[in-house]
Design a protein around this ligand. Structure first.
Ligand SMILES: *[C@@H]1O[C@H](CO)[C@@H](O)[C@H](O)[C@H]1NC(C)=O
Ligand SMILES: *[C@@H]1O[C@H](CO)[C@@H](O)[C@H](O)[C@H]1NC(C)=O
Ligand SMILES: *[C@@H]1O[C@H](CO)[C@@H](O)[C@H](O)[C@H]1NC(C)=O
Ligand SMILES: CC(=O)N[C@H]1CO[C@H](CO)[C@@H](O)[C@@H]1O
Length: 276
């Protein structure tokens, strides 16, 4: 029943009216994009990841996790108060699907599928600034199941995504009813065949048990290649109503981004190696 109290919070890219907040969120958006790429989730799991919001995932006894944070297996249970707020510059209405999948270790062959640890359709956003993403009233196809990677298999990446669920949503028959147990599915096939939208927000964390016996795959040289597309993505998400404001804001986003996102991405890479 804890799932009923599970909530999600998203921080949305602010409008240019609130330039400071907007820049901070734009930098954070760019940072999470850099993390997804630095951890190899893009492009091996998702061909691209261009979120419009931030999601905070909170575990009891841990607090709100940072992207790629290493958790022990016992800490990866009962996520709640996954946060949110929103800003009205991004429309947040209707139904969403919440999913958590085990993307395995860096370099894993994602074409074989991912273990599905959580899948709730009909998630709604309630309250305001922050918004709670509530699973109450949704269809818990797969109830949350904490991570349990095989001992010695390395640091598995558990990815949580929030995706818009349009009225044309049509899940496969065997993933449309509650109480489907944990099993392997193909995340991106599920997203496309169900007609879900692109993720509006995402987070991931690592769990490893025992000592890895395999040599980790190197992560790609993502740092420089990630920053420019992320910055332009951030600026395009901003209002184009004011070109002069937009220019100065974009400059601030770029400079702030290069200051923050590079160490963040480097840290992510180092963390990956340390964990593996
Ligand atoms: C959300 O899902 C509920 C229940 O399935 C449905 O009645 C409602 O029309 C959906 N809302 C939108 C905006 O699609
Ligand atoms: C979100 O949900 C949490 C826990 O259910 C609750 O404490 C909090 O007041 C809610 N916030 C909003 C803005 O509804
Ligand atoms: C659902 O059916 C597809 C084939 O249509 C199959 O590949 C998949 O394993 C099934 N998933 C579950 C959870 O039974
Ligand atoms: C829902 C919400 O918080 N909307 C805010 C988005 O940002 C603008 C500009 O700061 C505010 O005026 C809105 O209230």
């Amino acid at each position: 029943m804890f799932l009923l109290s599970t909530t999600l919070a998203l921080y949305y890219l602010g409008s240019l009216v609130n330039a400071q907040s907007s820049n901070e969120n734009a930098i954070s958006i760019a940072a999470i994009e850099a993390h997804f790429t630095g951890a190899g989730l893009v492009p091996s799991l998702l061909s691209s990841f261009d979120p419009s919001a931030l999601i905070t995932v909170t575990f009891p006894g841990v607090g709100a996790i940072s992207p790629g944070q290493s958790l022990t297996k016992d800490r990866g249970t009962d996520p709640r108060n996954l946060l949110v707020p929103a800003n009205s510059s991004v429309t947040l209405q209707g139904n969403y699907t919440l999913v958590m999948a085990d993307a395995d270790v860096v370099g894993a062959d994602e074409s074989v599928g991912q273990t599905r640890h959580w899948l709730v359709n009909g998630v709604t956003l309630t309250g305001s600034s922050p918004l709670n993403v509530s699973t109450t009233g949704g269809v818990a196809v797969t109830e949350y199941a904490g991570p349990a990677p095989p001992a010695g298999s390395g640091a598995h990446r558990y990815v949580i995504l929030l995706l818009p669920q349009p009225s044309s949503f049509s899940p496969p028959a065997n993933l449309s009813q509650p109480n489907v147990g944990v099993s392997v599915f193909h995340l991106t096939d599920y997203i496309s065949t169900s007609h879900l939208g692109v993720p509006v927000a995402g987070m991931y964390f690592d769990v490893e048990q025992g000592t890895a016996t395999a040599t980790p795959s190197p992560t790609s040289p993502v740092v420089s290649s990630t920053l420019k597309p992320a910055a332009s993505g951030s600026s395009s998400a901003s209002s184009s109503a004011s070109s002069s404001k937009s220019s100065s804001s974009n400059a601030a986003i770029r400079s702030g981004h290069s200051v923050l996102a590079i160490p963040v991405a480097v840290f992510s890479l180092l963390a990956s190696y340390i964990c593996l």
